[in-house]
Design a protein around this ligand. Structure first.
Ligand SMILES: [Zn+2]
Length: 357
């Protein structure tokens, strides 16, 4: 396969010394509010990084692709993405070991919905979040008829609002898995929550009619294992809906190393259409449909990418960003009407089991 960025495929082969200069973590991650600048002169403890093999094909041969920062929070450190010489997957290497990555999902992490007060924009914020869950449900319902006997599993369920909506709107039984335990949130009473990684769970084979992975796979240290496991849990006529950022998209071309889809260091891999489809096929899944869009608003990437370019690693203050966010969305609404045709930022692949004959 042709490398996505020939000009960036430098000589930094795996095994050769990588110019990884600032893989550092602050002493107390999460103690500083979003938008505050970190004092880069303060001594920081060196995080132990581990070299990674390609999470798609297992090859150790890779070329430098791009370096990125944690632009969302502004925490210090630059992280390297390489491109597999064999299958063209772009993945992070070296990376923070899985056992240490939890510190990077602090209380401000957006999917965990800790922040709920945005002043006069609070109502609009909640409407936008609910709209995101409605879009997920509508997308899933294109492929699976959901009713009170249906069983739905969401891997990486975060704050669980999607599953709560599934339970409310369809009566289906809803199960969620996430390494972060947010089961104290009131709406989580409507779902069965399992804390941990997918591979730690013991669900019955064929136990789910719908399995969803909304922006989970790009965080996964073992995506092949997760998909193989999820395949076993999928009912014979069931469907799996997988949404991830799309590397070969307009927004990556626009923002490069400030592309929100890189989200270093949390994203272990970033998928093009080709590598996402290769990943699911290797896991014994058949592609029902691939879409150049998802439930997650592409506009978020256009907004955040622009902000990251302007802020240059200083971190995005969500409270202050909420005003320009909604104003920008209004201004761009004539363009966003065509979101599903413009390949702006997202992709979704819907898959089913390949029955062994
Ligand atoms: Zn590979």
């Amino acid at each position: 396969m042709k490398p996505l960025h020939d000009e960036q495929a430098s000589s930094a082969r795996a095994g050769a010394p990588l110019r990884f200069d600032a893989a550092t973590m602050p002493k107390a991650i999460g103690s500083q509010a979003r938008g505050q600048q970190f004092d880069h002169s303060e001594p920081v403890c060196q995080a132990t990084m581990e070299p990674a093999d390609c999470v798609l094909c297992g090859s150790t041969q890779a070329s430098h692709f791009i370096d990125a920062e944690d632009d969302l929070t502004g925490k210090p450190g630059r992280f390297r993405f390489v491109q597999c010489d064999r299958c063209a997957l772009v993945y992070q290497s070296p990376r923070i070991p899985a056992a240490d990555i939890a510190a990077w999902y602090d209380d401000e992490y957006i999917a965990h919905r800790k922040k709920t007060d945005f002043g006069p924009f609070t109502g609009l914020y909640h409407w936008a979040m609910d709209r995101h869950d409605r879009r997920k449900l509508a997308l899933a319902r294109r492929y699976v008829d959901l009713h009170p006997e249906s069983r739905v599993l969401d891997l990486g369920c975060g704050a669980g609002t999607f599953l709560a909506k599934v339970a409310q709107e369809t009566g289906a039984s809803a199960t969620g898995v996430d390494f972060k335990d947010l089961s104290h949130l009131p709406w989580m009473r409507e779902i069965e929550f399992r804390c941990g990684r997918p591979q730690d769970q013991a669900f019955p084979a064929g136990g789910f009619d719908l399995i969803t992975l909304w922006h989970f796979l790009e965080h996964d240290y073992e995506p092949q294992r997760t998909l193989a496991q999820a395949r076993e849990w999928l009912a014979p006529q069931g469907r799996m809906v997988i949404e991830v950022p799309r590397l070969d998209s307009v927004s990556f071309k626009l923002f490069g190393d400030r592309w929100p889809g890189l989200q270093a260091p949390q994203h272990t891999a970033v998928y093009s259409r080709e590598t996402l489809c290769a990943l699911v096929s290797r896991a014994g899944l058949r592609i029902v449909e691939w879409l150049p869009w998802g439930a997650f608003p592409a506009y978020f990437y256009l907004f955040a990418g622009t902000a990251f370019k302007l802020l240059r690693g200083r971190g995005l203050n969500l409270s202050r960003a909420v005003y320009p966010y909604f104003i920008g969305e209004l201004l761009l609404s004539p363009l966003l009407v065509f979101e599903k045709r413009l390949n702006l930022a997202m992709q979704t692949v819907v898959v089913e089991r390949v029955e062994q004959s």
